[in-house]
Design a protein around this ligand. Structure first.
Ligand SMILES: Cc1ncc(COP(=O)(O)O)c(C=O)c1O
Length: 414
């Protein structure tokens, strides 16, 4: 049997749709200046699919620093892994500033969030330790857990009773093995927009001995008074033992970080394999992140504008009878009922005739018969953008209701 036979037989959960969907539903190419108004297949689109929460992707000061830094350093410096030859004063400075911002003793920069989380989990746990984690955790957490040689217990999504039950099992087991317990959750869940029940989890620390790791990819920069994240929003930042976020969302860049105590950060610095054996973050990304963090700290109007758009969009959707689930964050899901065929036709209609671009999630990611459209508001959207979108959503939802999408053959060129 040839190794590649399976590539032909089973192209994977998403890959099986590549012939019909490539370039349109998957791997679309958005062109033009990054922001709410971009082009797709030659048509202008009102774009709700970028995690550019506070609008830094195209901020003139950010663009200037990115460009100047790239001119000064190129993309190579510093070469090598941080531990070997890839360190610099700017890397240290960014770590110091991030620590201050999120209220932790120390921070370690990570070249990518995904690999970073995998290595955080891998290096902090050994086979005696037990993990308790949310069932809807991001793929990088799941991959990190695949490397864990000990036991893990999954709890129902954001369900504190289920979490406590699993903690009881974990405690029993950890007593036998002599290991510790780590609880892992996201701060803001990127699909549903729900805020993780971190306050309730932290409250369980009075009953159980565990450490809490939070992936706050969607909370950093968007949640809390200063934008320091979901821990700040819920008033329990101190209860988060290991705080992780990425630069891929609010910071509109690449890279990530983990903030914790000095002792744990030093341990991570010397033990995370994906950082020790991989190239460090290049200088333009470090200097660009310093600039972005400065704007995040000193321009509260960016976050205020984000929330103005979020509140207008979410209250407008609710007022029109849309089900937006239990989001408490900028992530705005819109749940509709229909088949996968209807969902694809609805999205084609939205794009081709209303010029609105958002992502769509269907079975098997959500239950059969559920269509989830996902809108990501940003600080650079306008109230007119919201109005235009609400009107379009009202129209397509009405068409879906009367069955207008049920018999047509999906066509990309409506
Ligand atoms: C919840 C969550 N964690 C981790 C990551 C991975 O971060 P990165 O893009 O920096 O690899 C993402 C996606 O960016 C994410 O949404």
């Amino acid at each position: 049997m040839d190794l590649f036979d399976k590539v032909r037989k089973n192209r994977g959960a998403l890959g099986q749709y590549s012939d019909e969907a490539h370039g349109y539903f998957m791997f679309p190419k958005l062109t033009g200046e990054i922001g709410p108004r971009m082009n797709f297949m030659g048509k202008p689109m009102l774009n709700w699919s970028l995690n550019n929460y506070i609008g830094l992707a195209n901020h003139p000061e950010v663009r200037r620093v990115d460009g100047e830094s790239a001119m000064k350093w190129g993309l190579a410096y510093p070469m090598g892994a941080r531990m070997m030859s890839g360190n610099s004063d700017q890397h240290d400075l960014l770590e110091k500033q991030l620590s201050e911002f999120v209220g932790k003793e120390d921070t370690v920069l990570l070249n990518f969030g995904y690999q970073g989380i995998v290595s955080i989990i891998d290096s902090l746990l050994d086979r005696k330790d037990v993990v308790v984690y949310d069932e809807q955790s991001h793929a990088c957490i799941i991959d990190g857990l695949r490397m864990h040689l000990g036991k893990r217990f999954v709890y129902k999504h954001n369900d504190i009773e289920s979490c406590e039950k699993q903690l009881q099992r974990a405690e029993k087991l950890a007593e036998e093995t002599g290991g510790g317990i780590m609880v892992i959750t996201e701060g803001v869940f990127g699909m549903s927009g729900m805020v993780g029940c971190l306050d309730k989890i932290v409250a369980l620390k009075s009953k159980y001995n565990f450490r809490l790791l939070v992936d706050d990819a969607h909370g950093f920069g968007t949640m809390g008074k200063t934008g320091a994240g979901t821990g700040e929003f819920l008033g329990i930042q101190e209860g988060i033992d290991v705080y992780f976020s990425t630069f891929a969302k609010s910071m509109a860049s690449i890279g990530a970080f983990v903030s914790t105590t000095k002792e744990v950060a030093t341990y991570l610095r010397y033990n995370m394999r994906s950082q020790i054996f991989a190239k460090t973050v290049p200088m333009p990304l470090v200097e660009g992140a310093i600039k972005r963090l400065e704007l995040l700290r000193t321009r509260p109007e960016l976050k205020d504008n984000l929330w103005k758009i979020v509140n207008t969009l979410q209250s407008g959707l609710k007022a029109r009878g849309f089900n937006i689930g239990a989001t408490q964050s900028p992530v705005t899901p819109v749940f509709l009922s229909g088949s996968v065929g209807e969902a694809t036709q609805l999205v084609v209609d939205l794009r081709e005739n209303y010029h609105i671009f958002c992502s769509i999630v269907v079975y098997p990611v959500v239950p059969k018969g559920v269509i989830m459209l996902r809108l990501i508001p940003t600080a650079v959207h306008t109230l007119e953008d919201v109005e235009e979108t609400l009107n379009a959503f009202e129209k397509v939802a009405e068409k879906l209701k009367i069955g207008a999408y049920s018999n047509e053959v999906a066509s990309m060129a409506v």
